[in-house]
Design a protein around this ligand. Structure first.
Ligand code: PLP
Length: 377
């Protein structure tokens, strides 16, 4: 249940985890211990199964937040003289572009507005115009606004042009289908504390086996070398450097619960339903979502700030927090917004409880009450 001591996180990771997941962190593990290494092995094979990649790909876990794995994937899989095309429609695409600049990989971007999905035709045009581009890096669900980018169409174009596709699937993995048998990719990257509902602390890269083997020696970094991490793990079953043992154990439990729930389709159904209740509920309160529904991923929803003189995000946040829910600030440059995640364990009142907390907060703060009463009546 939502309480102010342990509020429900309406955020895209860290998110609210189940009691069972939290309880699985109560035990300590030795990083060399065979039982712990079996957990790592189980996680790796289950993550591969989620994308049907067991015969073609390898799962390489990496310590750290999601960005560490994105950086490890770019730094390892893109050769030092490689060239990355980043279609960008939000902050996480921009972060990939920044990683390329920092790592000294050649970069081309295609720039979109924050409410426009990436176009596969644009990617095709760039690849045709520049045969030197070796990789395309696509963010599947751009969490800044919540946009779903057209992965399959972009993957088809990239494969037809014979280049490599690196997918940041941080906030889609496990909920929006990615099938390695029909969607060609060199790497898909995600992390423990997102749609699989573990705690934050480890990421992972699902990398095409030949690409990983070819990547030996590419990486600029010792700790972020995905190839070295993989090779060591294959040889020893252990992590190369100290693993986040409690996070790994809890992630294993979270994946077990994901499978018990019914896997991808069941989780997608739950998140879609959360998304529907949220958008419809806040619409009744007079709050408009930012994106057209056709490109809205059921992961996180951006709302326009209420057009009310009484509104300030900090007091709105505080009022909602005092009712047991944590909102997420907006991340757009073009409009004042706030965000609400559809993911994680939302407690006994579910998304309806969050909508009610937002409603009460608006009433208390005197925000758009006239609109709310009209819409609700
Ligand atoms: C699309 C996307 N990429 C990457 C990240 C990684 O961010 P972090 O390093 O903070 O986990 C996130 C986090 O929310 C994300 O949504």
């Amino acid at each position: 249940m939502a309480t102010t001591e342990s509020p429900v996180l309406l955020t895209p990771g860290p998110l609210s985890t189940s009691t069972r997941t939290k309880q699985s962190m109560l035990r300590d593990w030795g990083s060399w211990d065979v039982d712990f290494n079996q957990i790592t092995g189980r996680i790796r094979s289950r993550l591969l199964e989620i994308v049907y990649g067991d015969s073609t790909h390898e799962c390489v876990p990496m310590q750290g937040s999601g960005t560490f794995s994105v950086e490890a994937a770019i730094g390892t899989l893109v050769p030092r003289d490689g060239h990355v095309l980043v279609p960008q429609n939000g902050a996480y695409c921009q972060r990939i572009a920044r990683i390329c600049r920092v790592l000294g990989r050649r970069l081309t971007t295609i720039d979109y507005a924050e409410d426009v999905a990436v176009s596969a035709a644009d990617v095709d045009r760039e690849l045709a115009a520049d045969p030197g581009i070796t990789h395309v890096a696509l963010v599947h669900c751009e969490t800044s606004a919540g946009i779903l980018n057209p992965l399959q169409a972009v993957a088809d174009v990239v494969a037809r042009r014979g280049r490599g596709l690196i997918v940041d699937a941080m906030s889609s993995f496990g909920v929006l289908e990615i099938d390695a048998r029909k969607t060609p990719f060199e790497a898909v990257i995600a992390a423990s504390g997102k749609c699989l509902e573990g705690p934050p602390g480890m990421g992972f890269v699902i990398a095409r086996r030949e690409a990983l083997v070819r990547a030996k020696g590419n990486c600029h970094s010792l700790a972020m070398d995905l190839y070295e991490q993989w090779e060591y793990m294959q040889k020893t079953t252990q992590w190369r450097f100290t693993p986040p043992t409690h996070v790994v154990a809890a992630f294993d439990s979270a994946i077990e619960q994901y499978l018990e729930e019914g896997g991808l389709f069941a989780r997608a159904r739950r998140y879609r339903e959360n998304c529907r209740i949220l958008i419809e509920g806040l619409k009744r309160l007079g709050l408009q979502s930012f994106l057209p529904l056709a490109i809205q991923a059921p992961i996180i929803v951006t709302f326009h700030a209420p057009p009310s003189p009484g509104y300030a995000f900090s007091s709105f946040y505080g009022a909602v927090k005092s009712r047991g829910y944590i909102l997420y600030p907006g991340k757009l440059t073009t409009a004042e917004t706030f965000r609400v995640g559809c993911m994680g364990q939302l407690g006994e009142h579910g998304m309806g409880g969050a909508v009610e907390a937002i409603h009460q907060s608006m009433q208390v703060l005197g925000i758009s009450i006239a609109v709310a009463a009209r819409a609700g009546g």
